[in-house]
Design a protein around this ligand. Structure first.
Ligand SMILES: *Cc1c(COP(=O)(O)O)cnc(C)c1O
Length: 390
């Protein structure tokens, strides 16, 4: 291939040209502070209002229930800490799962240090949590349930609708981390029974550093960041006007193109999976066989070091990841692969290929050939093939 092959769309996506076009006026000419009252600022204010209306329409909620943020991590922090601190009289207990994104896990661990108790519900070998297990974990003092839609390492879809029914039946607010889902699923907060929902624009061809949090009217909620009265006092700070416009435009594009895009990326993903499982000895698919994100081809390879595989792929112009981008670079096997019960010798050899609109079907045979060669080479270099625990 003369062009590099980008197979890390779960880490981030390039900006769609239409999104850049929509953002440009607010980066170049309409630079006014949206909180100012003179003419120059009114264009920025109107753009934010229109973006809020558009995101609300896409999610099936009221515009006033949308808070624009600096991305998925901030939305998640705001959801978890904002509800936990406001809902203290209900109790200091939170229910989540063992396979959440680190934004969720580390926010919960922070709250544990502040005196909260957190139940991290386990998952099956495919990474799916059982709604019954969530139901059993909810107590009379549970202040919040937080569950992701798609897992960001292995792509498994969680039964969020069932979990939403359970949480609502017990009058506990539900936060849905939909950062990996917004480009792929039509998200309707009523259907999901979500009380809070987090989005990150750069996961669906929008800009990095831009996201949104839906907070259902009436949900106990306190701001985390203090300052001006922006976002109705729920998120202080001068708004990133271009980022907000980019987020709303990207979400609208995702809704327009969703069914074709999903089919396209799933077809390429399926032939990648077929090629890898068929030709690389000791390769296993991770995540759920059917209830999974259409972009996710995630594997473990027996006796291979994931980092070495990534470097060798990079040298051949293939960009991939070993799991979550944010956990790469550590030597610990990821909490997700541990939670699905993989022994360390397999969990160390993980590879996540996530397809997207930058890919073409012609790239698949090249990637599979390179992977076959790399795995063979790495195994021949290994002093002794590891078995059992390492
Ligand atoms: C990417 C991601 C986040 C964090 O979003 P950022 O905008 O990168 O901070 C949170 N949760 C999930 C599931 C994600 O995939």
């Amino acid at each position: 291939m003369d062009q590099p092959v980008y197979l890390d769309h779960a880490a981030t996506t390039p900006l769609a040209p239409e999104v850049l076009d929509a953002m440009m006026p607010y980066l170049r000419d309409d630079f006014g502070n949206p909180s100012s009252i003179y003419g120059l600022a009114r264009g920025a204010r109107r753009a934010i209002d229109a973006a809020r209306d558009s995101v609300a329409e896409d999610l099936g909620c009221r515009p006033g229930e949308i808070i624009f943020t600096s991305g998925g991590t901030e939305s998640v922090n705001l959801a978890i800490k904002g509800v936990a601190s406001a809902n203290r009289k209900k109790g200091r207990h939170i229910v989540t799962t063992r396979v959440e994104h680190l934004a969720v896990i580390n926010s919960c661990e922070y709250l544990e240090r502040q005196g909260f108790e957190v139940s991290y519900v386990g998952v099956d070998r495919f990474g799916a949590v059982s709604p019954d297990a969530i139901a059993s974990a909810i107590r009379s003092d549970t202040a919040l349930v937080s569950v992701q839609l798609f897992n960001n390492e292995i792509g498994t879809l969680q039964p969020v609708v069932r979990i939403g029914e359970i949480a609502r039946g017990r009058a506990v607010p539900l936060h849905v981390d939909a950062c990996q889902a917004a480009g792929t699923l039509a998200l309707d907060v009523e259907e999901l029974r979500a009380d809070l929902l987090s989005l990150s624009a750069h996961k669906f061809y929008g800009p990095k550093g831009s996201g949104a949090l839906y907070v259902r009217r009436g949900t106990p909620f306190q701001p985390v960041q203090h300052g001006g009265s922006n976002e109705r006092g729920r998120r202080a700070g001068t708004e990133s006007v271009a980022g907000i416009v980019g987020c709303a435009t990207a979400l609208r594009l995702a809704a327009r193109d969703r069914s074709d895009a999903n089919r396209y990326i799933a077809t390429i993903r399926d032939s990648l999976v077929e090629g890898v499982l068929g030709r690389v000895a000791g390769a296993q698919l991770t995540g759920h066989p059917t209830e999974r994100h259409p972009a996710f081809a995630s594997f473990v390879f027996d006796g291979i070091e994931g980092e070495s595989m990534l470097l060798a792929l990079d040298a051949r112009g293939i960009y991939a990841s070993s799991g979550a981008a944010c956990t790469s670079g550590t030597l610990e096997p990821s909490h997700v692969l541990t939670a699905i019960g993989l022994p360390a010798n397999l969990a160390h050899g993980s590879l996540r290929l996530t397809t997207g609109l930058t890919n073409t079907p012609e790239q698949v045979p090249f990637v599979v050939d390179q992977l076959v060669a790399i795995v063979e080479k790495l195994r021949s270099l290994a002093p002794k093939r590891r078995t059992g625990r390492s």
